[in-house]
Ligand binder design. Structure first.
Ligand code: UDP
Length: 334
């Protein structure tokens, strides 16, 4: 099949492209590299069934012969999506209209990656897909939360108006190798801080909860969702229901990096930070026969390795000898 992945250089997109290429598909990745990175797709760039297009999904693009579109493009971490909120809204809304138009032109199936953020600061726990959420429509997170809610609504309008074959997934907190070190997420921050012996910044009193899903589990679910023959459109929650307090997460990370000299400190909680988040995945179990298998400690180990390598590579590239020589790794060149 000929498959487009928007956001193809991000955490989810790069792993997805790798999997689709291995399956023998012709894969085109689009990314504006705002939060995605060439480093994440450096091993794919020479594959003859892979094409990378540097483009922002806000700008329409014409590609022919597509069978499927995975529409993942959008900054997904609060630090990143609040940096340029208007761009976040445009990405979610205009970007999704552009992706849907492309799907319509090609008569392609399209999967939208939505988010647990559509539930806002939920008043129902755990969250199932019938819960309509508790989003502050004028708060700092609204650009993403409302943007994705609108993206879901547009997908269903294209389905109702044109019979477009759509799929919608709501991704809960996901982690793994290829996370953006600048994402400012709890997992990436805590690991980087622990590896650098810096203070671990727990926001608030650390009693807020999240449920963390390892990337490999998500990839299995995405495949099942896109390729299910049951015409199950979603939206469906994809996440790991094991719930952890953020303070607890900080301690788990420290236990996994025993050489760290870091101490936990408590800093201000951002506005509208959800207090509890845990997916009800009954629907995914029923419709997709899927549930996550990878435990937090098992997923954190390769993630820590990834950040260790990242920090070492960064130190190497910044070393005086290397910066003077002008040597660049291949991901900096293409
Ligand atoms: N968080 C934290 N320290 C950090 C980064 C995040 O305590 O250095 C908190 C954040 O305030 C939130 C939780 O960890 O309560 C999860 O944040 P993350 O950005 O990973 O995901 P999201 O808020 O999108 O669920």
């Amino acid at each position: 099949m000929k498959i487009l992945v928007t956001g193809g250089a991000g955490l989810v997109g790069s792993h997805l492209c790798r999997k689709l290429i291995k399956q023998g598909h012709e894969v085109i990745a689009i990314d504006n590299l705002l939060t995605g990175s060439k480093r994440n797709i450096a091993d794919l760039i020479d594959a003859n069934n892979f094409t990378f297009i540097y483009n922002d999904v806000i700008n329409p693009i014409d590609i022919q012969g597509l069978d499927q579109i995975y529409h993942l493009a959008c900054a997904a971490s609060p630090v990143q999506f609040t940096k340029n909120p208007l761009h976040t809204t445009k990405t979610s809304v205009i970007g999704t209209i552009n992706a849907l138009d492309l799907a319509k032109k090609n008569n392609a199936k399209i999967l939208l990656s939505s988010t647990s953020e559509v539930y806002g600061d939920p008043l129902v726990h755990p969250q199932n897909e019938n819960y309509w959420g508790n989003v502050n429509p004028v708060g700092p997170r609204a650009c993403y939360d409302e943007g994705k809610r609108c993206a879901e609504s547009i997908c269903f309008d294209y389905h109702r108006a044109y019979g477009l074959d759509i799929r919608i997934i709501r991704i809960f907190n996901t982690y793994g190798p290829s996370m953006d070190p600048k994402d400012g997420r709890a997992i990436s921050n805590f690991i980087i801080q622990a590896l650098r012996n810096e203070d671990i910044t727990v926001k608030g009193d650390g009693s807020q909860t999240r449920s963390f899903q390892y990337i490999d589990d998500l990839l299995v679910a995405i495949d099942k969702m896109m390729n299910n023959k049951k015409d199950f459109l979603g939206p469906v929650n994809l996440g790991n229901p094991s719930e952890f307090e953020i303070g607890e997460l900080a301690n788990i990370v420290l236990e996994l990096i025993p050489e760290s000299k870091s101490k936990i400190i408590y800093v201000d909680l951002p506005q509208d930070d959800p207090k509890r988040r845990k997916p009800d995945i009954s629907l995914a179990k029923e419709k997709l026969n899927w549930e996550p298998r990878i435990k937090l400690a098992d997923g954190l180990k390769p993630t820590i390795e990834y950040f260790k390598n990242f920090i070492e590579e960064e130190a190497y590239l910044n070393s005086e000898e290397i910066s003077k020589s002008g040597v660049k790794p291949n991901w900096q060149i293409f």
